[in-house]
Design a protein around this ligand. Structure first.
Ligand SMILES: CCCCCCCC/C=C\CCCCCCCC(=O)OC[C@H](COP(=O)(O)O[C@@H]1[C@H](O)[C@H](OP(=O)(O)O)[C@@H](O)[C@H](O)[C@H]1O)OC(=O)CCCCCCC/C=C\CCCCCCCC
Ligand SMILES: Nc1ccn([C@@H]2O[C@H](COP(=O)(O)O)[C@@H](O)[C@H]2O)c(=O)n1
Ligand code: MG
Ligand code: MG
Length: 209
């Protein structure tokens, strides 16, 4: 379901992303520059605006720059191929951006004295990182791990909708979104563990352990 959403959302964005990618390449911009610039933009939106309580502005800036994550890969493919360093940089910058988003949310909630919600934001930060780590480790061991109900896009959308609604006056939206996200992130770690366990059993000499 999450995969279907991602694939169709991505297909819908292609018409916008491809001409922009072509234009940037023509202007001499490299995919790695877009990867880093997108991350800097997310940092500004999250830490410069979200953490200070400007949730709507913060969420909008983060959304615009998070979407540039679709551009860098498209540019790499158009300019004759992806690079190993580009893939490494893209995934590493995603972790920096995600940490800034959840760190900013936790900081703002602490300034409001809402410590249970700070705990939820920190849980999202830690477990979200674990979701990505499990996949990176599995891929490093030669397996695949493209499963889970709360991959990065879903995690950003949940916190984004919560942040936007709270910024518009629905006070409990962000705390509810964070607890929901913590739960689906834990579930996703479980899904990825099971998926890797099944593959690993097939790959062990003699199978089934
Ligand atoms: C303002 C909030 C209101 C909500 C309105 C939302 C409007 C957004 C408009 C449209 C949404 C379109 C969604 C686009 C769908 C893209 C589908 C897709 O394929 O995404 C994946 C893609 C590429 O990922 P990568 O391959 O580059 O990255 C991988 C990923 O990091 C993996 O992580 P894992 O899943 O394992 O955890 C890694 O394992 C892997 O290594 C790595 O390669 O791109 C994205 O991830 C792009 C995400 C863009 C989604 C933007 C939505 C942002 C919405 C709200 C954010 C606001 C946050 C607000 C914070 C509050 C302020 C304090
Ligand atoms: N600077 C970059 C960024 C990405 N890539 C390649 O694209 C893949 C990710 O594509 P997205 O459209 O999801 O960003 C990534 O795994 C790399 O193969 C790149 O080469 N250089
Ligand atoms: Mg990308
Ligand atoms: Mg990325």
């Amino acid at each position: 379901m999450a995969k279907i959403f991602q694939v169709s959302a991505r297909a819908g964005m292609t018409r916008v992303v491809e001409p922009v990618a072509r234009g940037l390449l023509k202007a001499g911009v490299t995919p790695n520059t877009v990867t880093v610039a997108g991350t800097v933009g997310v940092l500004v939106g999250a830490l410069g605006f979200g953490a200070r309580g400007h949730l709507v502005t913060g969420a909008l800036i983060v959304t615009v720059f998070a979407l540039t994550d679709l551009l860098d890969g498209t540019m790499a493919r158009m300019s004759g191929g992806s690079t190993r360093f580009g893939a490494f940089l893209d995934s590493s910058m995603d972790r920096v951006a995600d940490s800034a988003v959840f760190g900013a949310v936790a900081y703002w909630l602490a300034t409001q004295g809402d410590y249970p919600s700070v705990a939820a934001a920190l849980l999202c930060l830690a477990v979200g990182g674990l979701v990505s780590y499990v996949k990176a480790r599995a891929e490093g061991l030669g397996m695949t791990c493209n499963v889970g109900i709360a991959e990065r896009t879903e995690r950003l959308l949940i916190v984004g909708v919560g942040g936007l609604l709270t910024g518009l006056g629905v006070d409990r939206a962000l705390p509810i979104a964070l607890w929901l996200l913590a739960a689906v992130s834990v579930f996703t770690v479980g899904q990825r563990m099971v998926h890797v366990h099944r593959q690993a059993r097939q790959l062990e000499p003699g199978g089934q352990r």
